[in-house]
Design a protein around this ligand. Sequence first.
Ligand code: SF4
Length: 396
Amino acid sequence: ASNQYSTDPAIQRRKTRPVPVGSITIGGGHPVAVQSMINEDTLDIDGSVAAIRRLHEIGCEIVRVTVPSMAHAKAMEEIRDRLHKSYQPVPLVADVHHNGMKIALEVAHHVDNVRINPGLYVFEKPKSDRTDYTSAEFDEIGSKIRETLEPLVISLRDQNKSMRIGVNHGSLSERMLFTYGDTPEGMVESALEFIRICEALNFYHIELSLKASRVPVMIAANRLMVKRMDELGMDYPIHLGVTEAGDGEYGRIKSTAGIGTLLAEGIGDTLRVSLTEAPEKEIPVCYGILQALGLRKTMVEYVACPSCGRTLFNLEEVLHQVRTATQHLTGLDIAVMGCIVNGPGEMADADYGYVGKQAGYISLYRGRNEIKKVPEAQGVEELINLIKSDGKWIDP
Ligand code: SF4
């Protein structure tokens, strides 16, 4: 909330406790971590190892796998061993489903973090004819949940591993639905119930996720979660995501609207962009959101004008050429501007500028200083020479 009306452009991240997921730490001031999930069947060991590695190689720092049965849980041992031997240890999260406590206990030995969904711990019999639970019934189910969950909490605690309490708006338990409604409150109460079980066992390696396919619900649930945690003196890190965001442009926009809004408020320590596309496609979107918000810098920041009637060259084509030539120079900011009508300040203090000067000529800038005018045909080459002469060039 401190970011909301702040004039300081740097995002003040909410202070959270550090939670380990293998070699990555979530929260505690660590960079916002990028996650995704493979869609191979975990029983396909070769396929899963290859998919995990593929994702990790392009920057996915934590990989989630689905573990729907005991056979899948056992397969994780082999998957982890093969990764260790043929590649490197990759931080792994296992997603465990309905009341799969035996499965969770097994897989807890082979991964770094186990994700459970409180909504799937349902001990109530489906009662379509009723609309509420008495508080005695509510508590009775709560104690069954606690008994069921305890061995997993103890196992993770004793192995110094972590747990994600992942609440989904679409799968709240009936008892939470009847008591709190299909609301952000229901999601938060569901998470809090599980947090309390963990804390009673002195287990604090918890990350939370409150996902929904509707962006406003996801935003409201995470804001409320943070508010409640602040009131209760809790500081667990949060995993952000918009579930079922879909694909293509709108899937990316939806994810960015939800995740980006919260990150800008300082909420969020790790993220996943869930697209109905190959998981590899999610990773650049994650890094793009983080870079745009100034939370991580993993690529060249390009500043480019939208072009207009004053534009003196084919901006789209030149931007593409400049990008192709320089995109490996991670630390730099490069501006490509159709003209300098509004002054070098419009280049947002980029390290270098490529600016339309007059028909057939462009100017190269270092910061706000014009360095030289060159024929447009040599523009990209001369930009590279300028970067080289400053000792900032690295061969691709
Ligand atoms: Fe048009 Fe120049 Fe502005 Fe680009 S920088 S949009 S060319 S006025």
